[in-house]
Design a binder for this molecule. Structure first.
Ligand code: ZN
Length: 283
């Protein structure tokens, strides 16, 4: 699970509130939190609000139907607008599936990520439209996998505030040294000591899903064998300034992915590529 890195999130949360407030005039006046506080609550505050609202499901149920309007292209401001702004193009839960938003020039809305409610909206309707409770994500993670377990900030990592990248690493375990042509000679494990990360890994079936991408790891192993230091020096000597800007650029080309920590959310499988490249000394 990759952290959603965007320096404008606070601004987007404010605009999200500004765009919704007129449609939410029925928001109860006796709520402990103002409408603005509920909509703009930071990820770290969601637990407190969920706790307060959990026995008031009926009172806040109307927010679920407001959320439905938000997702059905009926409103002037809707889920497409939010998705477009957030520009999260790879699912932060799995870092595998693409979550592009496509809006055609004539404003025709074609596709967008699903919005997962980190706190389940049926049990926590008070958070149905809260900005940091809406996680842009892929269909598999949102609709197929996540619903099997109840999420909270105490039990799971939230992509707006936490990063699996910081607490878990893919690790390569070689079982057979003559494996250069096949994926049978090694295993890849996503390892962590963090209890919340363990839960994310389990619910999103990350171990199983990444088993299917061992071919990428095999390619990295093959590249590591081919691109030794002297060959890299040779390539630099020959192509620096023409084919690539500098050594970092060359290494990016070899690993085939973004390699800086703050860019891993931009490309599918980049967490896997980054960790294994680190382990192999490819970056
Ligand atoms: Zn996903």
């Amino acid at each position: 699970m990759i952290k959603i890195q965007n320096e404008h999130l606070e601004q987007y949360a404010k605009e999200h509130y500004e765009n919704l407030k007129d449609k939410l005039k029925d928001f109860p006046t006796d709520c402990k939190y103002s409408l603005e506080e509920v909509i703009r609550a930071k990820a770290e505050q969601l637990d407190e609000i969920a706790e307060w609202g959990k026995d008031k499901v009926e009172v806040y149920e109307f927010l679920i139907s407001k959320y439905k309007n938000f997702t059905t292209k009926k409103d002037e401001y809707d889920a497409y607008d939010l998705a477009k702004k957030l520009n999260v193009n790879v699912c932060p839960y799995c870092n595998i599936n693409s979550t592009y938003t496509v809006i055609k020039e004539d404003d025709k809305k074609i596709t967008r990520p699903e919005f997962d409610h980190f706190y389940d909206k049926a049990k926590n309707p008070i958070l149905a439209l809260s900005f940091y409770n809406l996680i842009p994500s892929c269909h598999t993670c949102n609709s197929t996998l996540k619903g099997r377990e109840e999420f909270s900030m105490k039990s799971h990592l939230n992509p707006y505030s936490d990063s699996l990248d910081e607490v878990a690493k893919f690790h390569l375990q070689i079982e057979n040294s003559k494996f250069y042509h096949s994926t049978d000679g090694f295993v890849v494990k996503l390892e962590t000591e963090d209890e919340r990360a363990k839960k994310n890994i389990k619910i999103f079936e990350l171990d199983t899903l990444y088993e299917n991408h061992k071919d990428i790891v095999l390619e990295l192993i093959q590249k590591e064998a081919i691109y030794n230091e002297s060959y890299l020096d040779e390539l630099m000597h020959q192509y620096e300034g023409t084919l690539f800007k500098n050594r970092e650029d060359l290494q990016r080309l070899i690993s085939g992915g973004y390699i800086s920590d703050d860019e891993i959310g931009k490309r599918p499988l980049s967490k896997l590529v980054k960790d294994i490249s680190d382990e192999l000394g490819l970056r």
